[in-house]
Write a protein that binds this ligand. Sequence first.
Ligand code: NIG
Ligand code: FE
Length: 414
Amino acid sequence: MQHLLLTNIKQLCGVEIGDNRKTRLAGADMKQLPSIENAWLYIEHGKIESFGSMDDFHPKQATDIMDLSGRIVLPSWVDSHTHLVFAGSREGEFVDRINGLSYEEIAKRGGGILNSAAKMKAADEHELYEAACQRLHNVMHQGTGAIEIKSGYGLDLDGELKMLKVIRKLKENAHIPIKASFLAAHAYPIDYKQNHEGYLNLIINTMLPKIADEGLADYMDVFCEEGFFSVAETERLLEAGWKYGLKPKIHANQLHYSGGVQVGVKHNAISVDHLECVGDAEIAALKAGNTIPTLLPAAAFFLGIQYQPARKIIDAGLPVCLATDYNPGSCPSGNVELLLTLACTQLKMTPEEAVNAVTINGAAALELTDEMGTIAAGKRANLIITKPVPSLAYIPYDFGNNNIEKMLVNGSVL
Ligand code: NIG
Ligand code: FE
């Protein structure tokens, strides 16, 4: 499909108007989702070429035309935080939590991340790839047009390399932008429970050089949390990552006021993610830096813990990014439509704020602003075409249902 013309679009959302390219939206600006009613959009060689109102439509040479009466078109979701590569499942822990155990208690008993690490050790690389490919395909059909994927269930050199090679293969084959984060510092493996120094040395002196040398990661991640990696340990890891050109994107303040937000901002993290525990000190730190607060409400929902204070963050004038956290433990779903519903009902974000958080701000959190996140000439034609819907708000309102009719990837129907 070389030239595709979309006509009679009920509402074209997330458009950039004028030359002033915004790279992220913060504070009150997040409420604005610039849109054109009754619009057309022209795609050439996989990219958005031009768009406008049907009122001033000039006929275009197109190999294909789609009449999108009644349908909304949006930039595809940019899911900036996932653990999409994993082996097996953990529904046993789901039942343990129903019966009263907490996520932390399960982790202390050797479950949680270590449970997935044991499954990862036994997993065959090809099967791992096939399973991840299937998940990726599913979330793409649910509107995801760019994604970040973490390692972090290997927890030794071979295991981390195995995961990162699977991510590299996904990058080669998927046709959407994929970024890889190196998360060996996800949990201390059993052999290093009493030897933190030994594991930090292994990450810093053995894993990092090898992974950087093979170009296997884009970002450095750490689970900065009580019972996992302390602030001091996180600092050492982030400094080591920077030496190899890996910018930080870290897990912070999920379970406690751990100092993770502050340490992330101090080390110029692209984003600090989770943020269930955010008070005035965390807000002040974020205001002083450029780090994007990324909220993962679907993980809070699934673990039954407190939600992130999105209003407090936005009302402080900060940007908010939303991501799924798709992983086998705290969020076995990569469904962004459900994420939008949670953002609206639980975090009290408006539908426009929620869509901005997972499009333009998602692109910022993956440094993909040049090609993703908005409708703009020259950007990738990774676009969501909804079913006929009465309005944008209907999408998070009609929860649990799929309102996506078609997904375009590089201008072609998936
Ligand atoms: O983002 N919190 C740390 N890591 C993941 C969960 C990983 C797991 O439980 O497997 C998260 O929620
Ligand atoms: Fe995570």
